[in-house]
Ligand binder design. Structure first.
Ligand SMILES: *Cc1c(COP(=O)(O)O)cnc(C)c1O
Length: 369
């Protein structure tokens, strides 16, 4: 191997071209998916031991799958290219076509996955209108209908912790247990969309395994706050994962020398979790600073994780464009709502600069029409 190299870790914009270029750092708060793999991660990828994983011969993938399963408190794991595929393969494995899938109305599996659960798993989506992304066992009991020739078979309930659309809201163990108890009585399988399960665990001061306890399956994103470039792990019983492995193959998720990616995932699981507390602190600082500005309303959350939802008087699209011109990137998630997400590549000084930019624009925004 050649010498070590320093990859460009942050996106920059050239503000003064020519001799003695001046660069501005871009502060990217659009999502926690935007992180670049660290040098440590890239080094681990470069030296990863690999094999053909479709033949079950990639030792690094196996190691990642087992490590994720151990952390989630499950028997086995399955490395998948994305969280979307983790949810899809879970739905395919738990359900027969026509079976009902219960989830909160704005859960990622229903809201952001092109209806893949219906289109590709054949599930009948059954949205439950929740509060801050959460619903109760009683809500579930109300929605599940009895066995009848006219009705689809109730098959699966999915919970999302933390819940993305509500601004990273956390489900406590008591809240998930309430739904799990109802699900077990009703004979439903249970899936946890734990794309940000470690954020929830960090916020509550409990283990990921505790929060996943009682679920038949859980999917964890490595490429969100944990900082890996690619991948999720779907975890469950050995039997479930065996069947899920077949379903992953039919949707084209069988990967070959995927150990180079799994190595990044292992680094994310060992180094990425500790950084989440900083992300939550940074998000809390953003929320506090933004709440003090005119024309902005920070959506309240019970437990701050790594997101801040901000309602703006002016059109969100206008805010996005003005912020971008000041090297701050955020997403508009509805016509008057911005979403800011903190992650490994957002530092304390970035938070301060973001607040300064917002303060300046908040003053100007009163004149935007
Ligand atoms: C991002 C996300 C997913 C999907 O992950 P991708 O890797 O982007 O496909 C699933 N569920 C939740 C809650 C997410 O935030």
């Amino acid at each position: 191997m050649g010498g070590s190299f320093e990859p460009p870790l942050r996106v920059q914009r050239c503000v003064e071209p020519g001799e003695g270029k001046v660069w501005a750092l871009i502060i990217d708060l659009r999502s926690d998916t935007v992180t670049r793999p660290t040098s440590v991660m890239r080094q681990a990828m470069a030296v990863a031991e690999v094999g053909d994983d479709v033949y079950g011969e990639d030792p690094t993938v196996r190691q990642l799958e087992q490590r994720a399963a151990d952390l989630a408190g499950k028997e086995a794991g399955l490395f998948v290219p994305s969280g979307t595929m983790g949810n899809l393969v879970a739905a395919m494995t738990h359900l027969h076509p026509g079976d009902e899938l219960f989830a909160e109305a704005e859960a990622h599996i229903l809201y952001y996955e092109q209806g893949g659960c219906a289109r590709l798993a054949g599930a009948m989506p059954h949205p439950i209108r929740g509060q801050a992304g959460r619903f109760s066992g009683a809500d579930l009991r109300r929605e599940v209908r009895p066995a009848d020739l006219h009705f689809p078979r109730p098959g699966l309930v999915a919970i999302e912790n933390t819940h993305n659309r509500s601004g990273g809201e956390v489900w406590t163990e008591a809240e998930t247990n309430d739904v799990l108890t109802a699900a077990h009585e009703l004979g439903l399988a249970t899936h946890l969309d734990g794309a940000r399960l470690f954020n929830a665990a960090t916020a509550l001061g409990v283990s990921a395994a505790q929060l996943a306890s009682g679920f038949d399956s859980v999917s964890i994103c490595l490429s969100k706050g944990l900082g890996a470039p690619v991948g999720s792990v779907l975890c469950g019983s050995r039997d479930f994962i065996g069947r899920a492995r077949r379903n992953r193959k039919v949707v084209g998720g069988g990967m070959r020398q995927a150990g180079v990616l799994a190595a990044a995932g292992l680094a994310a699981l060992s180094d990425g979790v500790a950084g989440l507390a900083d992300d939550h602190r940074h998000a809390a600082q953003l929320a506090e600073g933004l709440a003090a500005l005119p024309g902005l309303q920070v959506a309240a959350v019970r437990e701050r994780t790594n997101m801040v939802m901000v309602d703006v008087d002016a059109p969100a699209g206008l805010w996005v464009a003005q912020l971008k011109a000041a090297d701050v990137l955020v997403n508009a998630v509805s016509p008057h709502r911005l979403r800011l997400v903190t992650h490994l590549d957002v530092s304390g000084p970035d938070v301060e600069k973001t607040l300064t930019v917002f303060a300046k624009l908040a003053e100007e925004a009163t004149r935007w029409s």
